[in-house]
Design a protein around this ligand. Structure first.
Ligand SMILES: Nc1ncnc2c1ncn2[C@@H]1O[C@H](COP(=O)(O)OP(=O)(O)OP(=O)(O)O)[C@@H](O)[C@H]1O
Length: 207
């Protein structure tokens, strides 16, 4: 699905060869500052490499339209934005960005259930806790139904049991819908429990 060759990005990443398979759960692990987020940002063209190539399904990324790519390859950053307004506004904003039809309140509530967020749609989003905001932002990207999820520490603000529950639901959803999940995690436990493919980065290189 993604193939990287001789990739260089500043002095941060230096990857001879890497493939990331389609329809699988790939976990990226490594110490803080090793280059995990940088790798995700390269995959949806938020940044471009200084050298080497990235192919997506055989096409070089530099030949692909960035906006079109980012509708199919959606990144959830480590500290996702929460916008002024309600829980519902925050769920719908991703669909608006990707110019997809908006969905019913029933579907929004199902998404809230999937991320274990027990809140009303008309509740103000700025009143949520850090972990609740993280789950709300995860709900937003799930609604966008991308082919590929790029998730940067999606469960870092959650306790272990909530983390396991949500990642399990997300993995089941991706398996059922044949979607690819690429997830940076600080947790070796999450990586070994859910990762079908594990990439470890050390000082910008694949271990
Ligand atoms: N735009 C940039 N310009 C210069 N240096 C950068 C830039 N972005 C990131 N870095 C540096 O590159 C290194 C890798 O950063 P990155 O965010 O990819 O690490 P990470 O593995 O995701 O870390 P963490 O687990 O702490 O989030 C860090 O030393 C960081 O300071």
């Amino acid at each position: 699905m993604f193939q990287l060759n001789n990739l260089k990005y500043k002095s941060i990443l230096n990857i001879d060869y890497l493939t990331i398979p389609q329809g699988k759960v790939t976990c990226i692990i490594g110490e803080s500052g090793s280059g995990k987020t940088t790798l995700l940002r390269l995959l949806n063209k938020m940044i471009s490499p200084d050298g080497g190539t990235i192919h997506h399904n055989g096409t070089p990324l530099q030949e692909m339209d960035s906006v079109e790519l980012r509708r199919r390859v959606v990144m959830l950053p480590q500290a996702p934005a929460i916008f002024p307004g309600t829980v519902k506004d925050n769920l719908l904003i991703g669909l608006k960005f990707s110019e997809k039809p908006l969905v019913s309140d029933d579907q929004l509530n199902q998404t809230l259930q999937m991320v274990s967020l027990k809140k009303e749609l008309d509740q103000k989003a700025d009143k949520l806790s850090g972990g609740e905001k993280q789950r709300l932002a995860l709900g937003r990207v799930i609604l966008m139904e991308p082919d590929i999820f790029l998730l940067d520490e999606p469960s870092s603000a959650l306790d272990e049991s909530t983390e396991d529950l949500i990642i399990k639901k997300l993995v089941d959803y991706c398996t059922e819908k044949s979607k690819s999940l690429i997830m940076v995690t600080h947790s070796k436990r999450i990586a070994t429990t859910f990762g079908e493919h594990i990439i470890e980065i050390k000082n910008g290189e694949i271990v």
